[in-house]
Design a binder for this molecule. Structure first.
Ligand SMILES: [Zn+2]
Length: 352
């Protein structure tokens, strides 16, 4: 492993433990970006309609494989499928998903929390008991979008309130349940995951490691920095950097890369999500280097995720070279275009 000021960094091939690939022409446009950097990715199920059954998950996996094949050159990439938890998910569906060998987790979206989450859960402990028991029993992780959706709670406080109102009661009721607190954005989230008992992990996005909420408002409203959970204060960003670079196996890479057509971001009611699949490892390397902890990037990106999921670490490698890289202003996205996070800025790392 190379260290600070090195001109090149080679690590075990990483995985992305939180990814939105969409469907159809959008899927076709973005899947190659992820496959170039990552060996595997946990594929979010918030399509329209959501992926709620094993049958739908396997059909979606087939569409992803087909899209990859159409990219031309042989790509070595495995999509790890998930189900979308609803108030009505039966325990049998969890058992079926686990038995398929292709579904690796179930995602909890509190109803109304983010893009395509209106079919989400309205009352987790009241309505999803059978499904949660089944998950706990088969050892399949529950992936949690950890924000309350109560409109009376300030948008910047929704993660902290979620810990108290939902996460703690959930984990008391199902102490053996494996939980991934997805895309944590606060000091509260990082400290909770660091200190909690039992099987818990958390993913952290590149934008939450690199930017605080000022980025959304610098010189005007900047919609390409708008994601959910939203960027927070600097003190929270620092806590996330501390967690990601701490070496704790509970924290691992999940980009939450979420493509939306340019026109839907630059809009009166713009969509939430940052597109980072194009340059994910460059962004993470930049964040780790700024923290003086490039030596911890490999654990975060390549070891902690598969260890938590009980999957083998990857055999291949990925090399980053120190080289000026200007992030493109936009990339093609079906009939429209997509603006990557930090478009026009330059980074000092480039995936070889
Ligand atoms: Zn997401």
């Amino acid at each position: 492993m190379s260290s600070q000021n090195a001109t090149q960094l080679t690590i075990t091939r990483p995985d992305d433990w939180h990814l939105h690939l969409r469907d159809g022409a959008a899927l076709q446009a973005v899947v190659g970006d992820t496959a170039r950097q990552f060996a595997r990715a946990i594929i979010m199920p918030n399509l329209r309609p959501p992926v709620t059954t094993t049958e739908q998950a396997l059909a979606y996996r087939q569409r992803i494989d087909d899209a990859l094949r159409r990219q031309g050159d042989a790509v070595d990439f495995t999509p790890l499928m998930t189900l979308y938890l609803t108030d009505n998910t039966p325990a049998e569906e969890i058992v079926r998903a686990h038995a398929s060998g292709q579904v690796y987790a179930v995602k909890l979206y509190p109803a109304g929390a983010t893009t395509n989450s209106d079919a989400g859960v309205t009352d987790l402990l009241g309505k999803c008991g059978k499904a949660l028991q089944a998950l706990e029993r088969c050892g399949m992780p529950l992936l949690v979008h950890g924000e309350v959706t109560d409109p009376d709670v300030d948008v910047f406080d929704r993660e902290a309130v979620f810990i108290e109102r939902v996460m703690q009661p959930l984990r008391r009721a199902y102490p053996g349940l494996k939980v991934v607190f997805e895309h944590i954005t606060t000091k509260d989230g990082a400290e909770y995951v660091r200190d909690a008992e039992g099987p818990i992990g958390a993913t952290i996005t590149p934008q939450h490691l690199l930017y605080n909420r000022n980025a959304i408002f610098t010189g005007g409203v900047r919609p390409h920095w708008y994601c959910l959970p939203i960027l927070k204060r600097e003190v929270h960003r620092q806590a996330l950097v501390e967690a990601a670079t701490s070496g704790s196996p509970r924290f691992f890479l999940g980009t939450d890369s979420a493509p939306h057509a340019r026109g839907l971001k630059e809009h009166a009611c713009g969509c939430a999500g940052c597109y980072t699949a194009l340059h994910a490892m460059e962004l993470y390397a930049t964040a780790f280097e700024r923290a003086g902890r490039l030596d911890r990037l490999e654990g975060f990106a390549s070891f902690h995720g598969p260890d938590f999921y009980g999957l083998p670490r990857n055999a291949g490698t990925l090399t980053l070279r120190r080289e000026d890289y200007v992030i493109p202003d936009e990339v093609p996205f079906g009939e429209t275009s997509l603006v990557p996070l930090a478009a026009g800025e330059s980074l000092e790392w480039r995936v070889a």
